[in-house]
Structures are given as C-alpha cells and as structure tokens.
Design a protein around this ligand. Structure first.
Ligand code: NAD
Ligand code: TYD
Length: 350
C-alpha cells in the first residue's frame, strides 16, 4: 500500500499524472494537494473525482501546518511534487510569487517529509523539474543530466533553486529523492497562456497570434501523457539520488510549429488554407528569451526503457481536437478574475 501525495495535481501535467496513477494503481491512495491558483482547475479531474483511491485537498505548499496535517492524516510515504508557478512571462512581471511557491514551497515540503520519514526506508520524494534550468543552447548539442545549471529567467532560476535544495537534502540528510527535468509539454488541459493552447484559442476567435521576436527560438515538445508515464517509471524504478532528463526528441522552431498549427486549424475549422497564418503578428521579443532547448533523454531510455509513444503530428491533431471540443473549458478558465488579471497584465492578447 502506498499513500502518494501529488502536489499541483489540478494543473496541466499534474492532472494527467493523477488520472494515470489512480487508474493504474487501484491499491494506492492518491492525494492531490493543490491551491487552485489561476492554473489549477478541478474540472480537469471530473472523470476521476469519485474514485475510492482519490482524494483532493486544497492547500498551499508554503503552509507548514497544512502540509504537516496532510502527512499525518494520510501517512504519506511518497511525494510527487509538481506544484509550481510555471509560466516564464509571469515570472518576468512577478518574480516573487515564483520564489514563494517554487523555492519556499518546495523547502517546506522537504522539511515536512524529512521529519515524518526519519528512520523509514519505504519512502521517496520525486521532484518534477524543467530543462530550462540548463539555460539556453545557441548551436548544436543537447542538455544531458550533467550539463551545468545556467538558468536565465526568473522562472528557471526558481526551479533551479528548488532542484538544488532537493539535492542538498539528499546530500546533507540522506533524504531519499529522485528528480527529472523535462522539455515543453503539450496536450489537453494546458492553461491558455502557453504557446499552443493560446494560439489555438486565438485562431478560433480570429485574434492575432503574438510571435515573440523573429519566431526562431527552438523548443522540444513532448506529449503530456508520455511525461506522466515517464514520471511513473522513474518514481518506481529510478535510482535514488539520480536525475533523469525527459524529452520528445522533437525540436521545432516556433514559427515552423505555428505554421503547422495554422494548417491543422484551417483544416479542422473548414476555413480557407492560409486563413490562420494571416493572424501571425510579430511582437516585441520576450525579455531574456532562451534561444533553444534540446534534451538528450538516452539515460532514461537506456536505463529504464522509456520512449515517447506519439508522433508529433498525431499529438498535435489530438490536442487541437480536444481544445475544439472543449471550447467551454477554455472560456471558463479565461473568464472572470483570470481574465481581469490577464487584461491588466498583458492587454488584449488573452
Ligand atoms: P501548471 O501551471 O499547469 O499547474 C501548476 C499547479 O500547481 C496548478 O494546479 C496550481 O494551482 C498549483 N499550485 C501553484 N501554486 C501552488 C501552491 N503554492 N500550493 C499548491 N499548489 C499550487 O503547471 P504545469 O505546466 O502542469 O507544470 C507542473 C510542473 O511541471 C511544474 O513544477 C513545472 O515546473 C514542471 N514542468 C512543466 C513543463 C511544461 O511544459 N509545462 C515542462 C517541464 C517541467
Ligand atoms: P511557452 O509556451 O511560454 O513555454 P516556454 O517559454 O516555457 O518554453 O513558450 C514557448 C515558446 O513560444 C517560447 O519560445 C516563447 C514563444 N511564445 C510566443 O512566441 N508567443 C506567445 O504568446 C507565447 C506564450 C510564447
């Protein structure tokens, strides 16, 4: 029997992971702890909310008493930690909320787990991180697990800091952890501030598609369910104290990806070819915009046998189909307080 605390389970990747875990491990208790910030949405988990091995707790990972009480109440013996502020653009306008959740929240979880797990060997803390901690690649080459950290945005600096704390607890207190650093995820339930869901929503409404700079930055894209499967594998079979890079082996220049998306959207919406591409609008570049991320995931493939399952073109079509079928979901997460926040921060783009 395992009692696993998944933090950030109402967010994009977290909701896919929670769904995967409750279905695959009916003997585990999965406790989803989430503050339900603008990015967290319980609608993402409607289909599993009544399953007997699933519990939701609304709490802030920075709240010592709340985390303490969850560990006691559920006798937690595994943590998979995803709760975070996750959007680079927001980290540029409000870095302190990233320090608070990503750094202080992570250390708070580490402290509580360390205290409850003293003397136990059936426990494990899994820290979910990003490839952005490695910084920006300017030519060939890939991030490997030993690439030195060189974070360039307030978001990646806060994630790098949390990664360092996890490793420091492993080194100092022999705290049992595993970690992974993953590339850009895509798929259903991603908040429409990130590139793909934002552009899908804008194309439907025939609003401009704001391409930062010249659109030549490169990202590696991974189907979100493949990330969830990798996390499951590493949680159960990864070596203690090790880090695994996870990536899709699927690099795209933003502008090429956007043109492909436009083509798919024209087809799905029955619009004339070239309609969506007319919405492309080059805007001022993101401050400090990382040029390229690319992951070498061969450690994960060679040691644990993981590989991405989905071809990108297929995954993109599935993603578009989901957002088109769930226009109400987009409208709801973009409405009310969220919308006011976006309008205030970024103007009409959202
Ligand atoms: P997300 O923004 O969609 O979800 C984050 C979740 O954390 C939300 O449900 C939110 O309510 C919750 N949360 C935020 N602050 C909290 C707090 N103080 N206490 C409790 N819950 C809180 O993020 P995501 O894209 O699903 O990313 C999840 C994790 O994976 C993050 O740690 C992120 O750094 C990492 N990651 C993301 C990507 C990606 O492409 N999205 C890639 C690699 C790694
Ligand atoms: P994003 O989805 O924010 O992820 P990340 O910054 O973590 O990689 O952005 C993906 C890429 O798309 C990144 O190079 C920035 C670019 N981008 C735009 O050009 N316009 C946009 O409106 C957004 C949100 C992103």
């Amino acid at each position: 029997m395992k009692n696993i605390l998944i933090t950030g389970g109402a967010g994009f990747i977290g909701s896919h992971l929670v769904r995967h875990m409750v279905h695959k491990y009916p003997d585990y208790q999965i406790i989803n702890l989430d503050l339900l910030t603008y990015a967290g949405n319980l609608e993402n988990l409607k289909d599993i909310e009544n399953l007997p091995n699933y519990t939701f707790v609304k709490a802030d990972i920075c709240d010592e008493a709340a985390i303490e009480s969850v560990f006691t109440r559920f006798d937690i013996n595994g943590v998979i930690h995803l709760a975070a502020e996750s959007h680079v653009d927001r980290s540029i306008t409000d870095p302190m909320s990233f320090v608070r959740t990503n750094v202080i929240g992570t250390v708070n979880l580490l402290n509580t787990a360390k205290k409850h797990w003293a003397g136990r060997d059936d426990v494990r803390f899994y820290h979910v991180s990003t490839d952005e901690v490695y910084g920006s690649l300017h030519d060939g080459g890939f991030f490997v697990e030993t690439t030195p950290y060189d974070p360039q945005s307030p978001y990646s600096a806060s994630k790098a800091s949390s990664d360092h704390f996890v490793r420091a607890y492993g080194n100092t207190y022999k705290f049992p952890f595993v970690m992974s650093n993953c590339s850009n995820n895509y798929g259903p339930y991603q908040f429409p501030e990130k590139l793909l869901p934002l552009f899908i929503a804008n194309i439907v409404k025939e609003k401009p598609l704001p391409v930062y700079g010249q659109g030549i930055n490169v990202r590696d894209w991974l189907w979100v369910e493949d990330h969830a499967k990798a996390i499951d594998l590493i949680f159960h079979q990864g070596k203690e104290g090790e880090t695994y890079n996870i990536g899709g082996n699927n690099e795209w220049r933003n502008i090429d990806l956007i043109h492909l998306l436009c083509k798919v959207m024209d087809k799905k919406l029955g619009r004339e070819t070239g309609s969506a591409a007319k919405l492309i609008t080059y805007v001022t570049d993101r401050a400090g915009h990382d040029m390229r991320y690319a992951i070498d995931a061969s450690k994960l493939t060679n040691e644990l046998g993981w590989e991405p399952s989905l071809q990108f073109e297929e995954g993109l079509e599935k993603t578009v189909d989901w957002y088109l079928a769930n226009a109400e979901w987009i409208a709801r997460v973009q409405s009310g307080a969220y919308q006011n926040y976006y309008l205030q921060q970024y103007g009409e783009r959202y």
